[in-house]
Design a protein around this ligand. Sequence first.
Ligand SMILES: [Zn+2]
Length: 302
Amino acid sequence: MQPAARPLAPTYQERRWEHPPDAVIHHGTVDDAARLLEGRTVTALTGAGISTDSGIPDYRSPDSPPRNPMTYQQFVGDDAFRRHYWARNHVGWQHVNRTHPNAGHRVLAELEQRGVVRGVITQNVDLLHEDAGSRTVIDLHGRYDRVICLQCGRTISRAHLAERLDALNPGFVESVLDDGTTVADIEVAPDADAVIARTSHFRPADCEFCGGVLKPEIVYFGENVPRARVEQAYALVDSADALLVAGTSLTVMSGLRFVRHAAKAGQPVVIVNRGETRGDPLATVKVDAGVSETLVALGEML
Ligand SMILES: [Zn+2]
C-alpha cells in the first residue's frame, strides 16, 4: 500500500545557477532583435514559456511556485511512485491533449514557410509546434502522446494506453473530478502531470506484449536526451545563421548547450523570455517580455 505520508511532489531539487560575476547582459527591444535577425535564417529553441498562453503552466517562470519534477530514478525504482505518477498523468494528459497552439507557435510556423526559420528545437512535450504547422521540429524531451516499454522498447500511443487505463480504472477520472474541481482547474505541469490526491487505488498498465514497465516517451530529469536527437539539434542550429530562444529559463543543460554552441560559433543569439535566463550572458540581445506578443511583433518585422 502507498504510505499516507508519501509527498505529492517528488524530492528532486533543481540545481541553482548564478551568472559569473563579470557577466554582461545586453538587454534590448523587439526592434533591436528584429534588426539583428533581419536577412538571416534562424533556428528557434523554445520552452514552456511559449505554451503558457495555451494554458499549460510554466513551472520555472518567476511567478510560478517552485516545483520538483519527477526524476527517472524515482519513476523506475519505486512502484508506488510510478502508480501515483500514472494516476496523475491519466488525468493530466487529457488536458494537454485538448490544448491549442497560440500566436507564438503560429508565427514560428509562418516564418518557417517563408524560409526564415529553419526549424524548431523544443523542450516542450505538448506537440503544439506540430499542431501550429511547423514542419521541422525536434522534440528534445520527447512527446506526451507516446508511451514506451522499458523492457521490449515497443512504442504505443498514449490514446491507446488511455483506453486500457480506463478499462482498468473505471470511473477514476470522474471520481477525481467529483469534489467540485474540473479538468481545467487541475494543476497541470508541462509534462502532463496533474496534481490529484487520491491515487493509491489506481491500477497502472504494464506492456501488453511483454509485461514490462511502461513510461511516457518523455525525457525526465536524471535521464539523457538520446544522442542522435542531440546531434540532429546541433545540426539544425548549424544550418541557420542565428539562434532565437523563446520561453525558457535555460536552467537545464539540455537546452543551454545549444545556446553555448551557437555563441561559440559566432552566431547572433536572441533570447525572448519573461525573466532572467541562464543563457542571458551569451545573448547578443535579450528581450525581457512576454513570448507570444514578442514573437508576433518580431514576425511582422522579419
Ligand atoms: Zn514490452
